[in-house]
Design a protein around this ligand. Sequence first.
Ligand SMILES: *Cc1c(COP(=O)(O)O)cnc(C)c1O
Length: 424
Amino acid sequence: MISRYLLLVPLMKEYPTFVTHLECSETGETYPADQLRGLSDHGKPLWVRYDLKALARSVSKEQLLSRRPEFWRYREFLPVRKSQNVVRLGEVMTPLLPAAKLQQRLGCGEILIKDEGRLPTGSFKARGLALAVAMARELGVRRMAMPTNGNAGAALAAYGSRAGIETYVFCPQDTPTVNVQEIAFQGATTFLCNGYINDCGKIVAGGQEAMGWFDTSTLKEPYRIEGKKTMGLELAEQLGWDVPDVILYPTGGGTGLIGMWKAFQELEAIGWIGSKRPRMVAVQAAGCAPIVRAFERGDRHAEPWSNASTIASGIRVPAALGDYLILDAVRESGGFAVAVSDDAIEEAQRECARREGILLCPEGAATLAALQQELSTGRIQPNERAVLFNCATGLKYPMQSAHGTIDLAQPIDYEAIRRAGSDS
Ligand SMILES: *Cc1c(COP(=O)(O)O)cnc(C)c1O
């Protein structure tokens, strides 16, 4: 008996995990951990709750220093119990890039850009989907489905293929082509649909019985928030276990904002940070700003936005299931929600690329446009440290073309090249 037990021990490689239960984010009702669940019985997103006292006893800030620079270094804060269920594609801790020239021009205390485009599949959706897929594997899911504006689908496809889980992805028909292609190419069965992301969501919800898939829509399963939470843990660690004055976050479904807010609560609960919180600023595009409208009206729930339109497809989300969680975090933090125009987004993207050599995605550029706007209204002060989230690589989006063409059959006109250089 004893020898059989000893033989088994090395095979059961388990992470020390501290999940105690799941909790309805609306009613506080609790559900057991380690069971497959989407929403609460009230149809609301679920929080993953931990025994934070035991967590605090089991890991120290110093111990983290010897671990790999990836978000799995925060495994005590994450729900995956068996290490063999972790799916890796070379996750990195994303850099926090200073933007000194923009800082000087805009008159901001400090601008730091968290460049999430370095993650696998080129966006921070990797954080959420790595966790969702790992937990799906742990809980025996064989098939997953989701609606997406692009980046989430790509991350689901890649991590799903890596984990040996079948994936189905539904995109609005005007999803950028490169996103649709990367999703299909990385193994998801992919469809275009003539509607918005919410319409695609209905296909997924409606097909659960017929298709036997697990609905992996934003906030419809508990673990994507936990993955996105690592942005808050990582940011605090990179700042020497401190938080910035203000975080500007391009907000669609809001998982990242909600997740970071949870991270700061957990870090304070274990005594790793103090009670100071960054003001959370939810940035949306003027052509799709349901959260901004609700914030300004003082509402806790956001009315769906009609005729949503913006070049920043990642934040083109007319209705967010976690609207009240976004608005609660924004308000508790003393922050606000703000919209910027597509023109301002394009201008910010151009300026950041030229001045700083940092290629933002339009959603990331929206945060820079918002910073500029709010420094002038005074809602952000000139002595503050601001962190902007660039959530995806700019390489997936349309960019400027060349300044001229050269015909090799003709003599090279260096004067024309010089002129093009000084004009641009
Ligand atoms: C998904 C996405 C967002 C919005 O993130 P949420 O956490 O869902 O609000 C912003 N930018 C990009 C590039 C995205 O892919």
